[in-house]
Write a protein that binds this ligand. Structure first.
Ligand code: ADP
Length: 773
């Protein structure tokens, strides 16, 4: 159908293309265009809209405007502020400009409408239409910014040209592509072009999406945590936990302000608090900071107790809480008196040395009581890493301060009595020597600025009264020992143990079990029975345990049999504690060949040390078995040489070794003993068998020996005598040079034991061996 050419006002469009059947609005600002609009409104409201080739040109010339455009009707005009007009148009038909009639004040031209050629039921056309619809369907799904309702309305479309135009109008295409579609006059050609462009667009969309997913993934990873955190925050806020955080921070702040911390400590605390604020309450770091702050706040930076340097009162406290230990008490009182005069507790560190269970810890506790100081105890047994004393750096996972700072926290004051237990049991390895760290702790010159690795702050230890304990002095590192004033606390005699049990241990245990003193009483013989037959120690620790066991069993019996009180006798003891545990070597009431009772001394106190020797046919071998340490083996060899060298003197054939082997055995002994003091014992035993002279069963001996037969002095005389007495011995042979140590032996022991002083081995032999008559 032919249509006449039209004479219409014209507006060049910038960046948009309008297709037939398309309804669209756009804003018009150029004056020339507004005039064209007004002109159109005055007539049939028809206008020719055609794109300019370059959207950027403000006033396009004729040749800068495409020739094919769309004839539209103007539906609506809206004046906007600032001289712009919004116009709603509907596309009617394609048209080509034949000629420009005027270009001022607006463009006007003669346009020729291009009428669609109608295709009817052409199969190719049908196929193209379907294809176009399918692809467009996919395009809509991919781009996601159009609804599929569009497609439904398209289903009814029969005309391929119309379908192409409608789809074109919805596509987001560059201006020149749209123009291409507009210029495709033939409907079939237009559809083909459209399908091509759609396919292209679809590809691009797919790639875009792929990139999008990738980028998103990356962003996701980075932001996931952030989002989760934010979410958590939101949840916490909802739950009111954010408030909790704030409350916590405030709580710390108050504590810090109240704690009267030294300036540097306070600064550090506030700094850490600031970090806590920023770290988030659930982060691992938050936890570390919190622990650190707690430590800081719980340490006694300033708290102190007032010292009581009343020496008289101190003596009373010591007397009340401990039986015996007279010289220990005297030494402690002296120490305190000197400190009182100089008005400071600085000075050498006290070191209480003695076997376990003799009251070292408890006397230290009494000193604390007497001085009115808090008491803390720290065991150094097994410490071999410097960090145990001085702490680990905070960067360590699970780091905590060292034991010194730990102790100070427990002490709650900065001037406690700090007991360093078992200072002789410390060892060292590649991680640094704990003794060095300890030296710093104990050194009055340095310890006012003791620095713990964890705390990273100076802590003042100068007001602490350190006391140490040890079982023996041998293994205390020399530099430490030099700084200490040693007080020996030795083992107890039966009598002393009896008094300690009766006046201290039993009342203490009854109190702990909440029993009135009248309800359970002990017959003296019962106490002695426990001491003699159920314990074997220098101290009273296992005695205390045994008494506690007896008390528990008595309570059970009282409850069961509904008794108000019980007086414990030896029969009860037997019933409660079972058969006698220790008989010592008391059963040996016979004089024997080659069996000699020696005496030994270890960190655990004194003990008896029987030595047996037998002789058998052989070729001069010396066999050593049993609980013999290296030093004891040396003594045995030295003894053997002495015997060989002096054989004839003792009526032994000088050639005895040619056809005899000698076997020395040290039976039993839970505690391994070692030391040179068994020399006399071995020689006596060897000479006994070789000369066929029996050894008195009631004699015990101790002494080191030289190859010339001299008896050298030994250590631990008191402990050894106690052990000999416990074992039922009545005569002890000791080196003459130990005579001076006899002063330390309790009278009760001295009155029951006969001491023989030996200068030479012959002195020993005459007193120990029974000559055959
Ligand atoms: P140590 O520290 O020497 O190993 P403890 O101080 O632990 O020994 O003593 C063990 C127990 O024996 C404690 O209950 C203590 O009170 C008690 N004890 C030790 N010696 C005496 C004593 N002389 N007087 C009173 N009780 C004592």
């Amino acid at each position: 159908m032919e249509q006449d050419n039209k004479n219409l006002p014209l507006i060049p469009l910038r960046g948009i293309t309008i297709f037939p059947y398309m309804v669209m609005h756009f804003d018009v600002g150029r004056e020339k265009s507004i005039l064209a609009l007004e002109e159109a409104m005055l007539n049939e409201q028809e206008i020719f809209l055609v794109s300019q080739k370059d959207a950027k040109i403000e006033e396009p010339k004729v040749e800068e405007i495409y020739s094919i455009g769309t004839i539209c009707t103007i539906k609506q005009i809206l004046k906007l502020p600032g001289n712009t007009v919004r116009v709603l148009v509907e596309g009617i038909s394609r048209a080509r400009i034949i000629k420009y009639i005027q270009d001022e004040p607006f463009y006007r031209g003669e346009v020729e409408p291009l009428v669609e050629v109608e295709y009817s039921s052409d199969k190719k056309c049908e196929a193209l239409m379907r294809k176009a619809k399918d692809i467009f369907d996919e395009y809509i799904n991919m781009s996601g910014n159009m609804t599929s309702e569009l497609l439904i309305s398209m289903d009814d479309l029969e005309s391929p040209g119309r379908l192409a135009d409608i789809i074109s109008s919805y596509l987001m295409l560059k201006g020149d592509k749209k123009q291409e579609l507009l210029e495709a006059y033939d409907a079939e050609e237009r559809l083909e072009k459209l399908i091509y462009i759609l396919n292209n667009e679809l590809d691009i969309l797919k790639i875009e999406r792929k990139i999008g997913v990738k980028v998103k993934k990356n962003i996701d990873k980075v932001q996931r945590e952030y989002y989760l955190r934010e979410q958590l925050k939101a949840i916490q806020e909802e739950l009111g936990e954010d408030d909790e955080d704030k409350k916590e921070i405030n709580k710390y702040k108050n504590k810090i302000n109240k704690a009267k911390l030294p300036k540097s400590v306070k600064e550090k605390a506030l700094y850490e608090l600031d970090r806590l604020k920023n770290s988030g309450s659930y982060s691992a770091e938050g936890g570390v900071i919190r622990t650190y702050l707690d430590w800081m706040l719980e340490l006694p930076w300033n708290a102190e107790t007032d010292d009581n340097l009343d020496v008289k009162r101190a003596r009373e406290v010591l007397e009340k809480e401990h039986y015996g230990l007279e010289d220990v008490k005297d030494r402690i009182i002296e120490y305190l008196a000197v400190r009182k005069m100089s008005n400071s507790l600085k000075g050498p560190i006290l070191c209480l040395v003695g076997p376990p269970g003799v009251g070292k810890t408890s006397i230290a506790r009494s000193i604390a009581n007497a001085l009115n100081r808090n008491f803390v105890r720290m065991s150094l047994g097994g410490v071999r890493d410097e960090a145990e004393i001085r702490g680990h750096r905070k960067t360590y996972v699970g780091a905590i301060p060292g034991r010194v700072i730990y102790g100070m926290k427990q002490a709650k004051t900065r001037n406690p009595l700090f007991l360093l237990d078992e200072i002789d049991k410390m060892s060292n390895d590649f991680r640094g020597d704990p003794a060095d760290a300890l030296l710093e702790v104990l050194d009055a010159e340095q310890n006012s600025t003791f620095r713990d690795h964890y705390l990273e702050l100076d802590f003042d230890l100068s007001k602490v009264l350190f006391i140490t304990t040890a079982n023996s002095l041998d293994t205390i590192p020399r530099p430490l020992l030099d700084r200490m004033e040693v007080i020996e606390v030795s083992g107890y005699t039966y009598e002393e143990k009896f008094h300690i049990a009766k006046n201290h241990l039993i009342p203490k245990q009854l109190k702990e079990h909440n029993i009135e003193e009248q309800s359970i009483t002990f017959a003296d013989s019962a106490i002695y029975n426990v001491i003699e037959n159920y314990t074997r120690e220098s101290g009273v620790r296992s005695l205390e345990r045994k008494l506690a066991a007896v008390i528990r069993k008595t309570i059970a019996e009282m409850v069961e049999k509904d008794k108000k009180s019980i007086n414990i006798t030896t029969n009860h003891i037997k019933k409660y504690l079972g058969p006698v545990i220790y008989t010592y070597d008391k059963t040996d009431k016979e004089d024997k060949l080659g069996v000699v009772m020696g005496m030994a001394w270890t960190g655990y106190g004194g003990d008896t040390l029987p030595v047996e020797v037998t002789v058998m046919p052989g070729n001069g071998k010396l066999e050593l078995t049993g609980q013999l340490g290296d030093v004891m083996k040396e003594s045995a060899r030295a003894g053997f040489s002495y015997v060989r060298a002096n054989a004839s003197k003792y009526g032994i054939s000088p050639d005895f070794y040619k056809d005899k082997d000698i076997h020395i055995h040290a039976p039993e002994g839970a505690v391994p003993k070692d030391g040179p003091s068994a020399g006399v014992t071995m020689i006596t035993a060897m000479i006994s068998v070789l000369s066929n002279k029996k050894v008195r069963h009631n004699v015990a001996m101790t002494g080191e020996i030289t190859l010339t037969g001299r008896v050298l002095p030994i250590g631990g005389l008191k402990e050894k005598s106690l052990a000999a007495f416990r074992a039922g011995i009545d005569t002890v042979i000791i080196p003459k040079d130990n005579e001076k140590d006899m002063l330390k032996i309790p009278k009760s022991i001295k009155s029951k034991l006969k001491f023989i002083l030996a200068d030479k081995i012959d002195d020993v032999l005459t007193n120990a061996l029974i000559s055959e008559e």
